[in-house]
Design a protein around this ligand. Structure first.
Ligand SMILES: *[C@@H]1O[C@H](CO)[C@@H](O)[C@H](O)[C@H]1NC(C)=O
Ligand SMILES: *[C@@H]1O[C@H](CO)[C@@H](O)[C@H](O)[C@H]1NC(C)=O
Ligand SMILES: *[C@@H]1O[C@H](CO)[C@@H](O)[C@H](O)[C@H]1NC(C)=O
Length: 354
């Protein structure tokens, strides 16, 4: 564990857009830290990376010391309340959405027939973020179903999930998205793309919610297959180029990939999932918080809040105390110097100095 954070601190200022201007020297230790990561053994790279990084084999989850969450399945709103009306509005909105329109670009990408019409806006067939709304839809419907047990909604969300499964199967590699893999080729070549890992996070989180709130086991299998695909791609980037190349790509918004991967690891216990989660623990930001640098000014709040939530998940899943300290320190900064009277923390999505 310590090794990981040692490494993290070394690279802390290297890879964030907003921090890179502050860098004047490459720390010589950095190259040896990198060597630890260029493991030759293909099959075992995950477990080798562990050993080198001295992450203990048995994880101590703080599990039972947390407040227990009340399941959404056990909570119902009073039909005479404003909250119920709001929930009902949300339910009716979700029921309005059309299955064929939602999955249109997924079918197109998989080379399947595309009945119906695609949605517009950020879901339009030529927008690089397409598909992210479908991830949100799967999360929203899963939680709404758990909160209402409205079976009309369940049928719809299950239909969406099973069409997505057809699309993933048709593509046959595990890759699963409403845009082609070419966008990831561009990410890896450091050519600007509009946040494809952000969209992948939304889809993974949606599948996770379908699995946890609605018991859809196929959704879990789909996400494991997806993660295998991305694991291989990221491994290739690191082997072919370097770990810093991977961290450079983290400058693009990748949202709570660490969070969803720690969740996945908590069930699968697959070291690959843990390793991949670590690789999304954005060092230039979490490292800054780890050394208690009170300087989040200039960072994009939307990108980095999910990364800190992922750090908190790391603590909850593997009991890593430093991750807990990071989350608490972050909240202190927000609470003491980065909050507006409205309760918000950012302006135009960014943190500013006052
Ligand atoms: C689901 O909710 C909608 C909107 O309130 C309602 O019309 C429909 O009958 C509900 N479906 C079921 C199965 O209860
Ligand atoms: C995004 O995903 C690709 C998978 O092809 C990976 O190579 C890249 O490093 C990822 N990184 C980020 C943070 O976007
Ligand atoms: C935030 O700051 C206020 C006032 O300084 C304090 O009373 C409160 O406990 C703090 N909350 C957290 C979550 O730290």
């Amino acid at each position: 564990m310590k090794g990981f954070w040692f490494f993290t601190v070394l690279v802390v200022f290297l890879f964030c857009n907003s921090a890179s201007a502050k860098l004047s020297h490459y720390h010589p230790q950095y190259d040896s830290a990198r060597k630890l990561l260029s493991v030759e053994d293909d099959a075992n790279w995950a477990s080798l990376m562990y050993k080198k990084l001295k992450i203990p084999r048995t994880f101590q989850s703080p599990g039972k010391d947390f407040l227990g969450e009340v399941s959404l399945h056990d909570v119902r709103l009073d039909p005479n309340s404003l909250h119920w009306i709001a929930q009902q509005t949300n339910l009716e909105y979700l029921l309005l959405l059309d299955v064929d329109s939602l999955v249109w670009s997924f079918r197109k990408t998989a080379g399947l027939p595309t009945p119906g019409n695609p949605y517009g806006g950020w879901e339009a067939p030529d927008v690089e973020l397409r598909g992210h709304f479908v991830g949100h839809y799967m999360s929203a419907t899963a939680q709404m179903w758990a909160s209402t047990h409205n079976d009309t909604l369940r049928e719809k969300m299950t239909a969406v999930a099973s069409i997505l499964f057809e699309c993933q199967n048709k593509m046959g590699t595990g890759y699963h998205s409403a845009f082609p893999t070419e966008l990831f080729d561009r990410v890896e070549a450091l050519i600007p793309v509009w946040a494809p890992n952000y969209t992948i996070h939304k889809i993974l989180a949606g599948l996770w919610d379908q699995y946890t709130f609605a018991g859809n086991n196929q959704a879990l299998k789909m996400s494991i297959w997806m993660v295998d695909y991305f694991h291989n791609r990221i491994k290739n980037v690191i082997k072919e180029f370097s770990i810093e190349r991977h961290f450079q790509s983290l400058n693009e918004e990748s949202d709570g990939m660490n969070d969803v991967l720690y969740r996945l690891f908590s069930i699968t216990k697959d070291p690959k999932h843990l390793l991949l989660a670590h690789l999304f623990d954005k060092p230039c930001f979490l490292g800054l918080l780890a050394v208690q640098g009170n300087d989040i000014t200039g960072f994009h709040a939307n990108t980095h809040i999910p990364v800190v939530i992922g750090a908190q998940k790391r603590y909850e899943v593997i009991g890593d105390e430093l991750s807990k300290a990071i989350g608490m320190y972050f909240l202190d900064i927000i609470n003491t110097s980065h909050s507006y009277a409205t309760g918000g923390t950012s302006s135009g999505e960014f943190w500013y100095r006052f």
